[in-house]
Design a protein around this ligand. Sequence first.
Ligand SMILES: Cc1cc2nc3c(=O)[nH]c(=O)nc-3n(C[C@H](O)[C@H](O)[C@H](O)COP(=O)(O)OP(=O)(O)OC[C@H]3O[C@@H](n4cnc5c(N)ncnc54)[C@H](O)[C@@H]3O)c2cc1C
Length: 395
Amino acid sequence: MTRALIVGSGIAGPAAALALAKAGIEAEIVERHPRPADEAGVFFTLGSNGLDALAVLDLQEAVLAHGFATPAIELRSGTGRPLGLSRIGTTGPDGTTSQTMRRTDLYAVFRDRAVTEGIPITYGRELVSAVDTDNGVTATFGDGSTAEGDILVGCDGVHSRTRMLIDPTSPPPVSAGLINYGGYTSGVDVETEPGTFRMIFGERAFFGYAMAPDRTVWWFVNEPTTVTSAASLPVRSEAELATHLSGLFRNDSGPAAELITAGSDLARPTLTYLLPHLPRWQRGRMIVIGDAAHAPSPSSGQGASLAIEDALVLAQCVRDLGPTRTAFDRFEAIRRPRVERIVKAAARINSNKSATGFTRLIRDAVLPIILRLSGTRETDMTYGHHIDWNQQIRA
Ligand SMILES: Cc1cc2nc3c(=O)[nH]c(=O)nc-3n(C[C@H](O)[C@H](O)[C@H](O)COP(=O)(O)OP(=O)(O)OC[C@H]3O[C@@H](n4cnc5c(N)ncnc54)[C@H](O)[C@@H]3O)c2cc1C
């Protein structure tokens, strides 16, 4: 039986393990964190295409139990001027559409299913090196332990070690020039419908919020920065952070400052990294998928969905073509055009978010037109994507 060694237990990793297991391939996951992730505050939106892919793994229902529908974004300028409505999901025949959920809830769904399926996950094992052997690949971890597989699938995120082992000259991820923050607020009334994100291009930063069915408001901030490394981000207490963030929106219309001041469970600030184009996704028995291969900006709302799609397609390729170079080549040929198109589109949104001064005025004038022109086709291609699991992949 073919054996796959999966590095990383974020989103791509468990999705790949479950998809490979469905294809009859034995999978084992190794994760560098000493225990499952439990970051406070962090939430994200899983696109309708990601949910569609999860249906193949019979996980859609379990995931829907943790999310609330958010198929649209209403954009506003910092002065409160409506800029347009952007769809961020298609709606399936049963009404299923993009969902916002806590990241830890999605991880837990994956983890529980992996345990049920008997897929081993071991924590505290950081991939350090890996070499191809005559009949497989051997990986070595920071604790000195080793593991073997017929293939090694690097699902180790935007700062991937696997990527460097495949090609030490790989371009590094680049900072998108935005710091992300997030939190939750109860007891503040906001004028938005459940199911619609409202996002504001403020004078100093970008703010987004949505109201959950229990009327808690989930919000995030993107602050432009010239800092290029996460290690250089300013360290602030929760109170200092609230003061800093609410100050960013003091001149803007909308509830940002109030929501931040009354907020709780603030997420640790993170720097956004992008990996727009990676020349090599594979070498020998090793391949990267998910953010390790292509990290779109969070603005795309697609990173997790693309990671799940990758997992399914890789499993199909290995199922039909074996643990071979041909399978990896087919995977790359199928996935590259789609993910690189989405990465490019997300980079455009990012530059809108960090616009200042005169550029901001132009952006506010032009964005509504762009939204009207580009909306439907782009949205359908991105969010309406469907993977036919039973389709046979040919060399
Ligand atoms: C602020 C923010 C907001 C976002 N919002 C959205 C959104 O709304 N919608 C969306 O779809 N996407 C969003 N994304 C992107 C999304 O989170 C990623 O695209 C997604 O997590 C990629 O999954 P992954 O499994 O490839 O990588 P990750 O989720 O990063 O998982 C990688 C895993 O590999 C482990 N690892 C790393 N190195 C090693 C090693 N050497 N050995 C062993 N294990 C290792 C890590 O600890 C981690 O568990 C957002 C990202 C950020 C930062």
